[in-house]
Design a protein. Structure first.
Length: 181
């Protein structure tokens, strides 16, 4: 809040009445007001923004509720998942599958290897390439944590019907596939 010369307090643009965190309604109202004079596809913008908002909210929630007790970060979890699903995998492919840079992967792999979850070894056909593999401890971790993770995924989707979850999944897959066109 700022105080005007008349002594009255008013809300600044960066604050919400709730004290800093803007509600979804406040955000959507501010966006509509700011963009009112522009010719935009507001439906597409709202859809993309809500996917982004939901992804961040789900990621933060899953990281704090499921992964943190196991001292795992989101990025570490994704790397473990990629190696668990694909088996032995080259580092460059693991980085691509995880959606991270090779530099980020190097640090994450160092941490996971130090904790005994992953191993690195030279590719048998080319000494310049490196393969990642889960250790027995890493496989046990994934077998233990993934069911917990999935239970929380199910809880996050529990507000939607089975048909709504299927429609959401299909729509998101279709939107992502359109990026390849």
């Amino acid at each position: 809040m700022t105080r005007s010369t008349s002594g009255h307090y008013s809300r600044t643009a960066a604050q919400s009445p709730a004290g800093g965190h803007h509600t979804l309604a406040e955000t959507e109202s501010a966006v509509s007001e700011r963009l009112a004079n522009l010719e935009l596809d507001m439906g597409s913008m709202a859809a993309v923004q809500n996917v982004y908002r939901a992804a961040n909210a789900f990621r933060n929630h899953l990281e704090s509720t499921v992964l943190a007790p196991h001292e795992l970060t989101w990025t570490g979890w994704v790397v473990l998942w990629v190696v668990w699903i694909w088996g032995d995998i080259e580092t460059r492919h693991a980085a691509t599958e995880a959606g991270i840079s090779k530099g980020t992967l190097t640090g994450v792999v160092g941490t996971l290897e130090g904790r005994g979850f992953l191993t690195r070894r030279t590719h048998p056909d080319d000494a310049r390439r490196v393969l990642l593999a889960l250790t027995a401890k890493g496989k046990r971790l994934m077998s233990q944590v993934f069911p917990e993770f999935n239970r929380e995924e199910a809880r996050l989707m529990s507000a939607l019907s089975t048909d709504e979850v299927a429609t959401l999944t299909q729509g998101l897959r279709k939107a992502v596939a359109s990026l390849d066109d």
